[in-house]
Design a protein around this ligand. Structure first.
Ligand code: TXA
Ligand code: MG
Length: 295
């Protein structure tokens, strides 16, 4: 089923059911080696899915869950290859959305232990931040008994911060609204640079991802008829089509993906975005904009 979270909408399936999980890959057209995040309802389920959990990982979970953080941990035997893409780790998250939490609790009461869910979009495309966007992307591939839960607009609008907790210090695999400063302030441990992890296959680090159909260009002057996304204080260049005017970084994150979709609906060839400066969530916004701009 498609369900809302505070980051983006997810395409969920019983994380213990190989057939259900395989369908996620079919519906998304996602490569089989690309692992999915297992969503759980509470910390009680942490040790079902993960083993050898470090103290700092527990601290992160206690501080940021339910919330926009995914922890990569050593997997337990419950986390099968069809969820982890064959890796020895599993990604876990408790989302902070009343409907997602209710769904997860209800699923537990029926005997389930976690819901595997990537973002509810076709592989490589823009994550959906509302029900209609998810449905538009995936409806062709759904069955009549698949479900969609409507939870309104996702309040954060970009995907969770992914923190690899399988080393001596945390490694951020994907920036998000929980920032490296917040993590270092909590743990008093320096985050390790992603580059040190010289894995042959590094999921989630595809250079090109989160892309609209339009070509996305960054920090240049839009031509007449091109889309334009920038902070509200930046005026719209003559002839450009304004797709979003966020007043701050949080609004930028919330509006960015729907602005991409709007550009595609208007059949624009090109969208120009002015990247927000500074730290905080704008690090994650720049990460997504940069990936979305790669072809
Ligand atoms: O906010 C989110 O994280 C949303 C909502 C639905 O929870 N989910 C999401 O899932 O963005 P997805 O599959 O679109 O992105 C998850 C990323 C993928 O790039 C995947 O490779 C990475 O997490 N990932 C999952 N398990 C992993 C693992 N064991 N090791 C490394 N990366 C992992
Ligand atoms: Mg995704």
């Amino acid at each position: 089923m498609i369900f809302p979270t505070e980051t983006v909408y997810g395409l969920g399936a019983d994380a213990n059911n190989i057939h259900a999980c395989r369908r996620i890959y079919t519906v998304k057209n996602r490569p089989m080696l690309h692992p999915v995040i297992v969503h759980i309802s509470s910390m009680d389920h942490l040790s079902e899915w993960a083993i050898d959990i470090s103290d700092f990982a527990i601290k992160l979970a206690k501080e940021f869950w339910p919330g926009p953080v995914t922890l990569i941990l050593k997997r337990s035997p419950l986390a099968k290859d069809f969820v982890t893409g064959g890796q020895n780790t599993v990604g876990l998250r408790i989302p902070n959305h009343p409907i997602a939490l209710e769904l997860l609790r209800e699923f537990n009461s029926l005997g389930g232990s976690g819901i595997a869910a990537p973002s509810a979009n076709r592989f490589g495309a823009v994550s959906p931040t509302d029900k209609v966007s998810a449905f538009e992307d995936l409806s062709k591939f759904l069955h009549s008994d698949d479900l969609i839960l409507d939870g309104g607009q996702s309040s954060i609008g970009i995907e969770s911060t992914i923190i690899d907790c399988t080393f001596k210090a945390p490694v951020i695999l994907r920036p998000g609204s929980v920032t490296s400063e917040m993590i270092e302030d909590l743990l008093h441990i320096k985050i390790m640079d992603q580059k040190f992890k010289k894995a042959k296959f590094f999921p989630g680090s595809f250079k090109s991802h989160y892309s609209p159909r339009a070509v996305l260009k960054l920090n240049c002057q839009p031509k007449i008829g091109e889309g334009f996304i920038a902070m509200s204080e930046i005026p719209t260049p003559k002839g450009a089509i304004r797709l979003a005017s966020p007043a701050n970084d949080a609004e930028f994150a919330r509006q960015m993906y729907s602005a991409f979709r709007m550009g595609d609906k208007l059949k624009l060839q090109t969208i120009v975005a002015v990247t927000p400066r500074g730290q905080g969530i704008s690090v994650a916004i720049r990460d997504r904009l940069t990936r979305a701009s790669k072809v």
